[in-house]
Ligand binder design. Structure first.
Ligand code: ZN
Length: 466
């Protein structure tokens, strides 16, 4: 399984199945079956979300999957943004429904009618909730595991606040939260403000968290939206102020999805398969007994090691399969991306050692038996740091500042170009480069718009997004 840039797409499509993450043979386009190993990675990520969002004062909820058409139609821009990609439920058995229903493409229109019942006074604010559910979108483009699917495993946090400034502070808190998530998942990123024509339907503005895959294409892996009162007005979400008057709440959302798994696959993988960051790996250490002779003795020792690591709180798996050679097992666990391999054989038993092998650098570290638990811990944290550092460096290399349309067009990754900010020039940039403006990074730089030549401090990231 080679990993050259030109074949990234082929490599990606192959590795997600070969490593046991999904089975794509389910007979509905864009709906893949999560297999146990893939689902454990997703669950580890979800559990981290539960932990960290709870810590920041959010509460988990679970809303119904179906949304009545009448609620969906309340916010005009939102409908326009989604109407051609929702799945409709039109019948109950053989009887046509009076009000047809849709499968949530996101949950604003399911939640906000309830928000208007829940929020009464300023004492009910802020309201901060999240849910982890599946959403449905009728994608017509080519689907791709984790990246463009019709059924998507989705995280969404929704908040309501008394003032616009409170909602702004929430978005700052979301960014802080995201930084922790990025470290946990070892994902490099840039936060960009979306161009006005590209913001979430119904939002005042949208921020995208973008990463760059080895193919040079960008992948949006999280979003933060400021809704202001755009939803609270049509959904009549009001609160009683201290002075006795009523005001509509100000709202935000924070969304993420299974794309995070896609980003981990693409960004850390190599020609041997996946590399799963230790902090979310379902198996952090795999033990391979090297059994040529003294089989039972070695197996017993391997079991002892398994127990010791487990007791130390490390996620460990002993591969005691009888019918495979150690060489085959090495290959198999490298493909699945287990960060650390521990080999134990007759010679190690004699010498009082174990062999530790890093998945990321393939470095072999002979370690004394009495020190190995501490060494395993250290190595797991070194691997995590190394993945973060390497991925950030590689992403930085995929972003280049350029000053002409021609260079922006020819750039393999992300072209950072000066842009006056006008929609007219923006559309021209997109047409002439045959790429998209994926957004504007927070750091500004003085330059001249590459279309009209006007002085500007705005930088636009121009790339091909997934
Ligand atoms: Zn311009």
């Amino acid at each position: 399984m080679e990993f050259p840039k030109e074949n990234f797409s082929e490599w990606y499509n192959e590795v997600v199945e070969a490593a046991g993450l999904v089975d794509k043979r389910y007979p509905v386009k864009g709906m893949h079956v999560w297999r146990p190993y893939g689902w454990k990675i997703m669950q580890n990520i979800d559990n981290y979300f539960r932990e960290i969002f709870t810590e920041y004062g959010h509460e988990e909820v679970n809303f119904p999957l179906l949304v009545p058409e009448t609620e969906f139609k309340k916010e005009a821009e939102h409908i326009r943004g989604f109407e051609d990609e929702v799945f409709w439920v039109t019948h109950g058995g053989l009887t046509p429904l009076d009000v047809k229903m849709l499968l949530r493409p996101t949950s604003e229109t399911a939640m906000y009618p309830m928000f208007s019942l829940w929020i009464r006074t300023h004492a009910d604010l802020p309201l901060k909730i999240f849910q982890i559910v599946n959403i449905f979108r009728y994608e017509t483009k080519q689907t791709r595991t984790f990246i463009r699917m019709r059924e998507v495993h989705f995280f969404e946090a929704h908040t309501a606040h008394a003032t616009y400034e409170d909602a702004e502070r929430q978005i700052q808190e979301d960014i802080e939260l995201w930084k922790k998530i990025a470290r946990k998942l070892a994902l490099p990123y840039r936060i960009v403000k979306k161009a006005d024509w590209d913001k979430f339907p119904g939002a005042i503005y949208s921020l995208g968290v973008e990463t760059v895959m080895p193919s040079g294409r960008t992948l949006q892996i999280a979003t933060f939206h400021q809704y202001g009162q755009n939803f609270s007005k049509p959904y009549e979400i009001e609160y009683l102020k201290e002075d006795g008057t009523h005001e509509h709440v100000h709202q935000t959302t924070f969304g993420m999805s299974e794309r995070l798994v896609g980003a981990i696959v693409g960004i850390h993988g190599d020609d041997r398969g996946l590399i799963i960051p230790p902090e979310i790996a379902p198996i952090q250490v795999v033990i391979i007994p090297i059994v040529t002779k003294n089989k039972q003795e070695v197996l017993d020792e391997a079991k002892k090691i398994e127990k010791e690591l487990k007791n130390a709180g490390i996620k460990v798996h002993l591969d005691a399969r009888d019918n495979y050679t150690p060489g085959y097992k090495f290959y198999d666990w490298e493909l699945r991306g287990v960060p650390l391999r521990l080999e134990i054989g007759p010679r190690d038993m004699k010498n009082g050692t174990v062999m530790l092998v890093r998945r990321d650098t393939r470095e072999k570290i002979l370690t004394k038996r009495e020190e190995y638990v501490a060494r395993v811990r250290e190595l797991l944290s070194e691997i995590q740091e190394h993945l973060i550092e390497k991925a950030e460096r590689e992403m930085q290399e995929r972003i280049k500042a350029v000053n002409t349309i021609e260079d922006a067009k020819n750039e393999d990754g992300v072209a950072a170009v000066p842009w006056c900010g006008s929609e007219e020039c923006g559309q021209k940039i997109e047409e002439e480069t045959e790429k998209k403006i994926i957004g504007m990074p927070t750091e500004q730089k003085h330059g001249k718009c590459i279309i009209c030549g006007k002085d500007t401090d705005i930088v636009a990231y121009v790339a091909k997004p997934y």
